[in-house]
Design a protein around this ligand. Structure first.
Ligand SMILES: *Cc1c(COP(=O)(O)O)cnc(C)c1O
Length: 223
């Protein structure tokens, strides 16, 4: 089932990219597996998915630590709100942390990465929406980026953002364009925008990484 959904999604994505004059390799699909059982992740891996996104530390550790011990090769991105008191564990577990949105979290992550003796790729989370609680305002992003560039155990690869919750497609596009415009002020080349409901607008705005949950895994099981 997952394999069929992934193939269908790849097909739609390739058509959208072609319509934008972009190459099929210009976008990475991150499978957002939050609330999905381990069996669903195994199925996704078997279908060829190699990048996963999780929002909660404990859940991510429970599901992905065993897979890593089995020797499976994948990239685990932390995309949930970054709490400073969990930053050290997240720094040791994740291959990329996409949700760095304030100096305090950056400092906590830097300490965690130093302790784990690793260079941790991170993205700066931008707030481009009145309906989104987290993220750094675009006007404040250069300052936070400067702080991140000074962290010797963090590597700032770009930005991540969540679109406004609205039925107005032009509002979604405008928000994504704001994120795209802010990327050069931050540095890096990763533009992590686009989810199941708004990935086409994100691709048109230049997304290089789509974070896709329900369109690949199906509806999240309710707890
Ligand atoms: C849950 C989540 C996603 C995936 O959402 P879908 O609508 O299921 O594709 C992407 N990004 C973030 C930050 C999320 O929390």
């Amino acid at each position: 089932m997952f394999a069929e959904r992934l193939a269908a999604f790849h097909g739609e994505l390739e058509r959208e990219l072609a319509a934008c004059g972009r190459s099929p390799e210009s976008v990475t699909i991150l499978g957002v597996s939050k609330k999905q059982p381990l069996a669903a992740i195994r199925e996704a891996y078997a279908a060829g998915l190699r990048s996963f996104g999780e929002n909660y530390l404990q859940e991510a550790a429970e599901k992905f630590a065993p897979l890593r011990e089995e020797g499976l090769a994948f990239a685990l991105h932390f995309i949930g709100h970054l709490q400073s008191n969990k930053a050290a564990k997240i720094a040791a577990l994740a291959d990329c942390v996409q949700s760095v949105d304030r100096e305090e979290a950056a400092s906590a992550l830097e300490r965690g990465a130093e302790r784990a003796e690793r260079l941790l790729p991170v993205l700066l989370q931008l707030n481009i929406s009145p309906s989104e609680r987290f993220g750094c305002l675009p006007a404040e992003a250069p300052r936070l980026a400067e702080r991140l560039h000074a962290c010797s155990h963090l590597r700032l690869d770009g930005v991540m953002a969540v679109a406004p919750i609205t039925t107005d497609r032009s509002e979604i596009s405008a928000a994504f364009e704001l994120a795209a415009k802010t990327l050069p002020l931050v540095g890096g080349t990763t533009l992590s925008i686009g989810m199941s409901g708004d990935w086409r607008e994100a691709v048109r705005a230049g997304s290089t990484m789509l974070r896709i949950g329900s369109a690949l895994f199906g509806a999240r099981p309710s707890a």
